[in-house]
Every structure is written in C-alpha cells, then in structure tokens.
Design a protein around this ligand. Structure first.
Ligand code: SF4
Length: 393
C-alpha cells in the first residue's frame, strides 16, 4: 500500500529537508507551494526563470496553476490579472535569472525533479489578501499575519490531504526559529485552529514535539527525525550535505510582508483603496511609488527590467510616460488622472531620465492608442520627497 503525505513546500532548505526526511521512510510526497502576491521567490521575475517553449495553461475550476515537471522544463504561468493589456505577449519577458537558468523556480523544481517528488503551485491570493487586511491573530513586526497565514495554509493542505487520501502533512518548521509563529505552544495552537491536530509532522523538530498520529500508528519512525531548534542553520546545512542537497536558496526572513518598505507601500495602498485589484499589489513590488492624490498613483521603473514589468502590468485606462531620445524610466500613472497629475508625473519621469539636467524635457504620454507629448521641467527634490511613498522618505 502506498502511503502518502502532503508537504507545505516553500522550496527553501527547511521544507526541502523535511520532504527528503519523509521520502526516506518510503512515503510518497505531494509538495504544495502556495503562491501569494507577497512571495519573494516567485515574483514576476522568478516566474520567468524556468521557461520551456510549451507553456502550461492554468487548470480551470480549481486553484492549481502550475505543475512541476517530472522531467524537463515547463512554463510556470504568471499570476497576472487578465485585464493587464500587454501581459500575454510578455511570456518571454527578459530576466537575468531566465538567462542563467538558476532562478528560484528552477531550484524548486530541479530539486523536486532530482529527488523524485511532485510540486504543485496553488494560488491563494484572494484568501490571503483577506487575512492580510483583517488578521485574527494580529500582525508580526510589519504587515505579516504569520499565524493566520499558517492556519490558512494548513487548512488548505488538509483539503488536499483528504482529496488524495494522504495520511499526514509535513512542514519544514523548526521550533524557535521565528519568534511568534514557531514557538512550540503556537505551533500547537495553529494546528488546533486549522483542525489538523496530530496530523502535522515537523521532521526537523519532531523529537522536541508531541507524538503525531502517523508516528503512533507506526507509519513513521520517530527515530529518523531530528531535534533542531532555534535560528542557527548549521544543523540543516549538515543534513543537506548528508542528502547531497547543494542547490538551495539562502534563508529568507519571510515573505514581502515582513519587509518594512513593502509593508509601508501596502499600508498606503490599503489606506486609499481597501479592496485593491491584485495587479495593484503586484505593482507594489516594482519601481518607485508616488502618491499624487487619494485616487492617483505614479510608478517609475528603476531599470529596463522594471520598465518591462510596469508596462506589462499597465491597463487600458493607465497612462505610460517616457522621455524619448534619452535613457528614461517607464512611468505609469494610474487612477483618476488629472492634467496636473500628468504634468507632475512627466516631471518625475524627466527627473529620473538622462535628460534630468535640461531645463525643459519633452515627455511622451501614451494611453492605449492615444499619444501626445508634454514639455516640463524635471521635478525638484521637494516634489519627489513630498509624493514618494517610502518608509525612508
Ligand atoms: S512570513 Fe509570515 S505571512 Fe509571510 S508567508 Fe511566511 S508565515 Fe506567511
């Protein structure tokens, strides 16, 4: 009889080791990578880091949006909203990671490929945004609702466990690694809230935790687990060596919600727009952001790649600005755009272009098939500082 388990899988070292530890006990593992707009590892950049000529369309009627290849590469569909006008022509978006073939997407799937387990990507965006807006267990240091996040992910994993007749859920959590959500008592609380008490196996810290149901049933041998705790990764690195696991990402501190500047931008967005469109959240990851008014934002690309992202996320109702004849950022103006807002956006665009030392700069303004130009002086520091949405000013 084939025994099955579901794993919460981030692609990082801990969750990979947890899976490998279980595979050693002849259990078939289905690893789930929950995708949210706040992922660092699968951002628009990373999404293009593992591309083959045969894109896989999203699965309809469910949440599964990508499947790791068993052999060879498959395109991971981008999570862009359908009404972004240029996105469908951007599956070949240039990415330094794609060129190197070594992005996080590559790592996640190449390790799964190598060690013989399946990874599914499941999009949790809508439900995740709701807990970010109203977490029951409050936030961590920034906008990260870690406890609610873990509860949500375990609830979703439980559904999959039931669906595929798996017997337990694996996570790579290590007690004491994070101050709040990985405290022993909190791990038990999270399990209870998610309705999975006894079914969560945390192989890296299992010897420090209560027996689980699969251990009691004799499905798992507790002696093959570990007693890791705390923030040091030394033991994990030694174990990785034992498994021959070489290619894994540096430990990350969490998702983008833990980053102060991103959290600040998100707070600004939710303050002016309590029900943001998902593409507004994707835009928060890219460029410099300026708030012109409660209903109008200006976003300026910082390099060629960000320019591509901003352009691909633009909608028919947005304005795109650019200084012609000079190296220039793509500047997006979105929301209720007035003539004055366009002039300010043009002056900001000019200020970040190679024409910034000219007294007046011609800026091209495009809105879908409409195109005209504005002549403006580059913005001074005062405007930049007054409008910029940044924790650091
Ligand atoms: S940092 Fe917290 S909120 Fe973000 S993915 Fe991890 S557990 Fe969830």
């Amino acid at each position: 009889m084939t025994r099955r388990a579901v794993a919460l899988f981030s692609g990082g070292l801990d969750s990979t080791l947890a899976v490998l530890t279980i595979l050693r006990q002849d259990i078939k593992v289905k690893a789930i990578k929950f995708r949210t707009p706040f992922d660092i590892d699968i951002s628009p950049t990373m999404l293009h880091s593992y591309v083959s000529p045969s894109p896989t369309p999203p699965v309809k009627g469910g949440e599964i949006v990508g499947i790791a290849p068993v052999k060879g590469g498959k395109h991971i569909p981008a999570p862009y909203p359908a009404d972004c006008r240029r996105v469908l022509s951007r599956v070949d978006l240039p990415s330094p990671l794609a060129e190197e073939g070594k992005g996080e997407g590559y790592r996640i799937f190449s390790n799964a490929d190598r060690f013989g387990f399946e990874v599914k990507l499941i999009d949790l965006s809508d439900r995740f945004i709701e807990i970010v807006k109203n977490p029951e267990h409050s936030y961590g240091k920034n906008m990260n609702p870690c406890i609610d996040c873990r509860i949500l992910m375990l609830k979703e994993a439980k559904k999959i466990m039931d669906r595929i007749n798996a017997e337990f859920i694996i996570t790579g959590e290590v007690t004491g690694q994070r101050p709040m959500s990985q405290r022993k008592d909190m791990l038990y609380h999270i399990d209870k809230e998610a309705g999975v008490t006894g079914y969560i196996v945390r192989p890296l810290s299992a010897k420090l935790l209560r027996n689980t149901i699969p251990e009691e049933k004799g499905i798992l041998d507790r002696e093959m687990f570990y007693d890791f705790s705390g923030r040091s990764r030394k033991k994990q690195m030694a174990l990785a060596k034992e498994f021959g696991l070489k290619d894994y990402p540096a430990p990350a501190g969490g998702c983008l919600l833990t980053e102060p500047n991103f959290a600040y931008r998100l707070k600004d967005l939710l303050n002016y727009n309590p029900a943001p469109h998902i593409r507004d959240i994707y835009l928060l990851k890219t460029g410099r952001h300026f708030r012109y008014s409660p209903s109008c934002k200006i976003i300026v690309g910082r390099d060629k790649y960000e320019n591509e992202i901003i352009e691909s996320l633009s909608k028919d109702t947005d304005y795109l600005l650019e200084v012609e004849g000079f190296a220039s950022p793509i500047t997006l103006v979105t929301g209720e755009v007035t003539e004055e807002a366009l002039n300010i956006a043009a002056s900001i665009c000019a200020m970040y272009s190679d024409a910034k030392n000219l007294s007046r700069v011609e800026v091209i303004v495009m809105k879908w098939d409409d195109r005209f130009s504005l002549r403006v002086p580059p913005a001074g520091n005062k405007i930049i500082e007054a409008l910029r949405i940044s924790k650091n000013g």
